[in-house]
Design a protein around this ligand. Structure first.
Ligand code: FES
Ligand code: MG
Length: 577
């Protein structure tokens, strides 16, 4: 980490600042305009600090200050930091879904890092899709990078109870619909659910993906669970700033870190945390950028050996991310499964993961369970196959009522989410707890962007009878903080003519999680007749980004990247023209 500074010509930024031509002169003049002395930056590694801070993103509202801590570290290590505001993907506010914009942020990240004088990057994100987007872009840009996870918000509180963001919102909203709590209680919950900066503090998509980033080896050790407002979070940001300068000097890019072994360990981590199903799509997309083959079946294969040890909501519980952090965080968790990891691979901070985990301990056995007392014996996500999902589907079975994991029932089909919302409470549909709710038109292209509709709402009249779970099937995704017997990511999606497009109300559907199957009980001849009669729905967007998206998006089983971004190929160096 502490080799001598190489001559500046070895830095990529040298092309901008250090040559004799007019362009270099102009760049130096413009850096004087920014107020910097030549000795403050010439010959120093330029570190881009990519910041997803925004007034509209409560999960990132502390990242303006954290960027200052990163810069502090960069200066201390002899680098030259430059902050770049990049677009934010605010899970709560961005519609129809931030997933539609993950690839846009990935493109923005890649192109900024390529087109400006940048030798390495520190990436600030954490709210759901920001983590994969930033890492996908930086991987394609092929620069050294350190990811600074935004950290979980503080636990919520209400009338003596601890609240988990997302998870308890769904729960109490259902209680409200069932008439169990009123407007007054709802007002109190509104003020108590999310009480500090930081991303969702359950093991939702944000915590799952930042943990995956740490397991991949692209964060500082222990970074992912530090509460957003803990002063340790600021120190971690400064440490990332210090470290990126060393990585640049060593010439170690993300490609050196993001190996097949690293991705297998990230999958193992996600499964052992009982993490979000969204991680399946994002990790496949991230691996694609690194040129690493990773498929749905890798998740299912690894899941059979990985016990769920994190007793954190929504899959486990009652604990939240702050408890997980003080119980030892990700290093503590990983120290319980060394036999399932590749310990000899490098991370941004250490030559080997083994070195990084040395001395890691668990301090609370009920939060991070011992192997002898797991939350579940097998990983939380199962991959299903069958005539309803030839290219696969996923279910987070540990967050479902066990009685539903082997279930046959008649389908009730909704062609889109708006129809479902409008009609689900209509008693004329005669929905019973044994029915299987089916939603289509919500996939990568049809949604578009696979909105998180997958936890389909149950009819009010069933909620009032105390029913809290049913088998639900869709080509949508589900929030990482959601729960229930929800089969998700059905591929191919209905919009492109997947078998989901052919299901009719009343068709029997069988879910068998132990056998990993999802079967539509309709004979092949009849299905073929329906297929011939099927006409593709029109594209939702006729122009703009939505049209570009529909044209290039890949299916869920291959990560929903744009085909032209997922592939390998030459991109000219901006200076070579
Ligand atoms: Fe940002 Fe949940 S809303 S992580
Ligand atoms: Mg979410």
């Amino acid at each position: 980490m502490s080799e001598a500074v190489p001559p500046q010509r070895e830095l990529r930024s040298h092309q901008w600042y250090g040559t004799d031509g007019l362009r270099s002169f102009s760049h130096r003049a413009r850096t004087r305009q920014l107020g910097y002395l030549p000795e403050e930056h010439l010959g120093k590694p330029v570190v881009a600090v990519l910041n997803t801070w925004s007034d509209i993103n409560p999960c990132h509202s502390h990242l303006r200050e954290r960027a200052q801590a990163v810069k502090r570290g960069v200066w201390q290590a002899g680098g030259f930091p430059l902050e770049f505001p990049v677009s934010t993907l605010s899970e709560t506010f961005q519609k129809p879904t931030p997933m539609l914009y993950r690839n846009l942020l990935a493109m923005e990240t890649e192109e900024l890092l390529r087109s400006y004088p940048v030798d390495g990057a520190v990436l600030l994100g954490g709210c759901d899709k920001t983590t994969p987007a930033l890492l996908m872009g930086a991987t394609s840009a092929d620069v050294p990078a350190v990811f600074v996870p935004a950290g979980p918000m503080l636990p919520g509180h209400w009338r003596g109870e601890t609240l988990g963001s997302g998870t308890d919102m769904w729960k109490y909203w259902d209680d409200h619909r069932a008439g169990l709590i009123g407007d007054c209680e709802l007002g109190e919950l509104e003020a108590g659910l999310a009480r500090s900066p930081g991303h969702c503090m359950t093991m939702g998509t944000a915590s799952t993906l930042t943990a995956a980033a740490e397991a991949l080896g692209v964060t500082m050790p222990g970074a992912s669970s530090i509460p957003a407002v803990d002063s340790g979070h600021e120190r971690m940001a400064a440490a990332a700033g210090l470290r990126i300068v060393g990585l640049i000097r060593e010439g170690r890019t993300l490609a050196d870190i993001l190996t097949r072994e690293a991705f297998e360990d990230a999958v193992t981590t996600v499964l052992g945390l009982g993490g979000s199903t969204n991680a399946v799509i994002h990790l496949i997309a991230m691996a694609g950028r690194a040129g690493v083959p990773l498929a749905l079946d890798d998740f299912d294969r690894l899941a059979r050996d990985v016990p769920v040890l994190a007793n954190v909501r929504p899959s486990g519980g009652p604990y939240l991310m702050e408890d997980f952090h003080f119980a030892g965080g990700l290093p503590g968790f990983l120290s319980r499964i060394p036999d399932l990891l590749h310990l000899d691979r490098p991370t941004v901070a250490h030559d080997t993961l083994r070195e990084q985990l040395a001395g890691a301990l668990v301090h609370h056995d009920d939060v991070i369970r011992p192997r002898t007392k797991p939350v579940a014996a097998e990983g939380g996500v199962a991959v299903l196959r069958g005539n309803l999902c030839p290219d696969g589907a996923v279910i987070k079975h540990i967050a479902a009522e066990p009685r539903l994991l082997r279930h046959t029932g008649p389908a009730v089909v909704f062609d889109d989410y708006r129809t479902l919302q409008r009609t689900i409470n209509d008693p004329a549909l005669g929905i019973t707890p044994d029915h299987v709710l089916v939603l289509r038109g919500s996939g990568p292209r049809g949604g578009p962007g696979m909105p998180e509709y997958g936890m389909l709402p149950l009819p009010d009249y069933l909620l009032k009878q105390g029913v809290r779970d049913m088998v639900r099937i869709s080509d949508a995704r589900m929030s990482g903080t959601s729960y229930g017997a929800c089969v998700l990511h059905v591929a191919p999606e209905s919009h492109v003519g997947g078998p989901l497009a052919l299901v009719r109300t009343g068709d029997p559907i069988t879910l068998d999680v132990p056998a990993r199957t999802l079967t539509l009980g309709v004979d092949p001849g009849e299905l073929e007749r329906r297929r011939v009669a099927w006409t593709p729905p029109p594209e939702r967007y006729e122009r703009g980004y939505g049209a570009l998206y529909a044209e290039h998006i890949t299916q869920a089983d291959t990560g929903c990247d744009f085909a032209f971004l997922a592939k390998k190929g030459n991109v000219p160096d901006p200076y070579a023209g």
